[in-house]
Design a protein around this ligand. Sequence first.
Ligand SMILES: [Zn+2]
Ligand SMILES: [Zn+2]
Length: 299
Amino acid sequence: MKPHYPPSMDRVKEEVELHLKKDNNLANLFEVYKGILAVQLDYLNKIDATVNLSEEEIKECFRNEKFLMSDNKMKIDTKLFRELLSSVCEAVNEKSPEAPASLLVLPEADEFKEENIKKFLQEIALFSKQELEKFIEETEMDKRTGLNSEIISFVILMSLSPFYSSNMKEVREKTDFTLWRQSYCPVCGQTAVIARHRNEDGARILECWLCHAEWVFPRMECPYCSNKDQKKLRFFYVPGDKARQVHVCESCKKYLKTIDNKLMETDVLLDIEAIATGYLDMLAKKEGYILPVETAVLN
Ligand SMILES: [Zn+2]
Ligand SMILES: [Zn+2]
């Protein structure tokens, strides 16, 4: 399987253009996305991987159903991180008309000062988006910076992403992810929230939104609760766009957006699809389904 990450900027522009032809309302979102991606790709080459595991050690983790960073935390070059954070904040501010000006001074917050940054990054390591937002609210970073927890969490994770990706690429060069069969990422442990059926053979590929590892997961099974009862697994789509689907499980009520590249007869980039298919999230939620990172309300 030829990995999708890192994508070329030309390919990104091409795919974004196709979406904008259908829905120009996405123009702002994609401008921000492209601005951030350009920063991330630039830094990806400057970051050294720090998770030094042999092929055998990696496979041993996978066989034990442990994602690699659960025991082997990556080290983050704090100077590079701060630079990256500043560049990401500048990109968001430049590309988004609604971005608050205080975003530009976020990198000056106490958390990112020389004496605190290491501890801060250790504390938030492996946090999901939701956990990071909660942490930001609990430590009142939002109040102190005049920004909401969602945007702070977003720019921090976007700035951490190239560090995770650099390590993922190093791992990927040593071994593939065929031993891995979980809904969460084999490298950084984040839960996958989007999938594709690859053009080549229709296999379901989950992709990590943070480090961009890609791995195969069986199609006839719910990734989130392992339900294999086909009567409780189904998918729906908006008429006229059958390739963009929402796969749902009646056992756990979770949903997985899935892009059918076999139907499209071409492989597309999931980061771009994730942005373009916001309407599918609304539809899924309206139908009573939840994102895998949310907790089901039992009734
Ligand atoms: Zn990952
Ligand atoms: Zn399920």
